[in-house]
Design a protein around this ligand. Sequence first.
Ligand SMILES: NC(=O)C1=CN([C@@H]2O[C@H](COP(=O)(O)OP(=O)(O)OC[C@H]3O[C@@H](n4cnc5c(N)ncnc54)[C@H](OP(=O)(O)O)[C@@H]3O)[C@@H](O)[C@H]2O)C=CC1
Ligand SMILES: C[C@H](O)[C@@H]1OC(=O)[C@H](O)[C@@H]1O
Length: 253
Amino acid sequence: MLLEGKRALVTGASAGIGQAIAIGMAGAGADVAFNYDRGEEGAAATIAGIEAAGRRALAVRSDVADPDAAPAFVGAAQEAFGGVDVFVSNAGICPFHGFLDMPRETLERTMRVNLHGAYYMVQAAARRMVEQGGGGSIIAVSSISALVGGEFQTHYTPTKAGVLSLMQSAAVALGRHGIRCNALLPGTIATDINKDDLADEEKRRYMEGRVPLGRLGRAEDLAGPAVFLASDMAAYVTGASLLVDGGMFVNLQ
Ligand SMILES: NC(=O)C1=CN([C@@H]2O[C@H](COP(=O)(O)OP(=O)(O)OC[C@H]3O[C@@H](n4cnc5c(N)ncnc54)[C@H](OP(=O)(O)O)[C@@H]3O)[C@@H](O)[C@H]2O)C=CC1
Ligand SMILES: C[C@H](O)[C@@H]1OC(=O)[C@H](O)[C@@H]1O
């Protein structure tokens, strides 16, 4: 198995992409610790999925925007599993809103969760990996939106560009420790984050029509790419970004 005996941590894994990655990594042989903010029921489902794969699970409830949450999460995983080999920064929000009347609190919360949260979490994981020696793999869930804009995402797309940039700089900073840092760039993946937006049938059809593979993404579509980047199959891959979008980005006309 690609991640046999590895210890993986995933932020925001009570739902959607994080949950699929957490369960996918367990299926590939990893013990998995994950954090989440509010979704108790979802967290229980993630634990069940990890355990069904025969691996150990640890759930930690905390807000990634809180700088103290990062060392606490990594410390809890260290205590439970004895180390950290793989870290996935995934937690994120996207409260769709227009630009001209963007509430300051919406802007600041989105920045704090998506960008500051990723920074604190990745830094805490990297510190642990450096301390234990032996390298590691860090993956951040950025977005196709790091590369293109969105009318109702002016507060969100800069955070995803920032997360992509964080992986590039962290790859440079951490290469000497054998720690690889890469970004996943999902396209439009049907999850809770865009349930309301895609409830508009016309919008949904338009988004589907932009995808050469003919369908929106599923959370599970991110699990394989995440396992690959976490594994030794990607031993010489760092500072890279991988679009997982069914071809949406390259579909100009
Ligand atoms: N869906 C898509 O089309 C795309 C998504 N992405 C990115 O993928 C990531 C996951 O999104 P997706 O799975 O779609 O969304 P979901 O809303 O389905 O899941 C988001 C997860 O993040 C958690 N979370 C949210 N805020 C916090 C916080 N402050 N602290 C800890 N955990 C938190 C949620 O936990 P809880 O519910 O417990 O609060 C939940 O587990 C995000 O970073 C998003 O930007 C990127 C490109 C496309
Ligand atoms: C929430 C959006 O639907 C989703 O998030 C992204 O990063 C992409 O822009 C997707 O459209």
